[in-house]
Design a protein around this ligand. Sequence first.
Ligand code: PMP
Length: 360
Amino acid sequence: MRRLHNFSAGPCTLPLEVLETAQRELVDYHGAGMSLLEMSHRTPPVEGVRDAAEAALRRLLGLGEHHHVAFVAGGATFQFAMLAMNFLTNGRLGDYTHSGAWAKKAIADGRKIGRVNVVWDGTPDDYMTLPDPASVSSSAGSQFLHLTSNETIGGVQWKSFPACEAPLVADMSSDFLSRPVPLERFGLIYAGAQKNIGPAGVTVVILTDDMLAACDGDLPGYLNYGGHVQNRSMLNTPPVFQIYMVKLVLEWLEARGGLAWAEQAAAERSGILYGVLGGSDGFYRCPVDERYRSTMNVVFRLPSEELEKRFVAEAEAAGLSGLKGHRSVGGIRASIYNAMPVAGVEALAGFMSDFRDRNG
Ligand code: PMP
């Protein structure tokens, strides 16, 4: 067996222990005589997986009875539309911050459904910075203020959050459960699984009582958050295996020390890489405002595109996979989510120093 250091932005590396548990449990799930993949979702083992996944999430985030959890299929992209359909129909207004490629998509879908006010726009700075959260406020009558806690492509990350009148709604897809967050400010959080918590195919949605009460009740069944919450993510056949993988990853995270561990580990991993960038005499250049550099997606440039191509190819040959920047922006991107071991980052840092010595 050969495992590469996988720096892909998502799907991405998963904890080896989790993969091994899934492998062990695959064919005969806990003595049931069949795998989870083959089992009706209306059975105690599958309900048990759903319950355990939700319970682990509740423990990790400290969610109380006024928070509801749903595992929804369709990816985070589906949430751009579902969010707007639930809260922006009938002429209602939502505030959005425009921090980059993912925020842009959320805004575009919001505009198709309701009234959208962009309260902060990073376009003039090419999405390389974020506003001071204290300077961000919501509009009168707004249903929510949407932000993308970590822009996966641009590598910018909110380090603290606005405290405004409207509840915050956050796309936390690429830094979910990587640090504690001030939960009381958020009305709704959504996160596609395939970065920090599992495989693609399921999205975690957390919302408060108040948000649930504001959902548009006239939507078709699957589109309504209320239906998912009332049916405890079993409104229809859920992506059972994905939820099972999320359960395993959440339990793995808990065993390591939860969000406090994740935050410290993310600081360590990203600190190593930003340290190499900063100490490279300009050979490696991170375009992102230092105050908002992501602990999850470290983006950087080399002196030429030709060198970047060589960097990616040589890294790949050295067992460092997935470093090519997003096709829309180019450059290099190292995605270092919760499951990336420090040893993987150290291997990359060593490669970067060596590459610079040879090409600087
Ligand atoms: N939001 C963010 C911040 C993302 O990084 C991504 C995926 N890279 C998405 C939304 C879209 O997720 P999905 O592919 O699950 O729809």
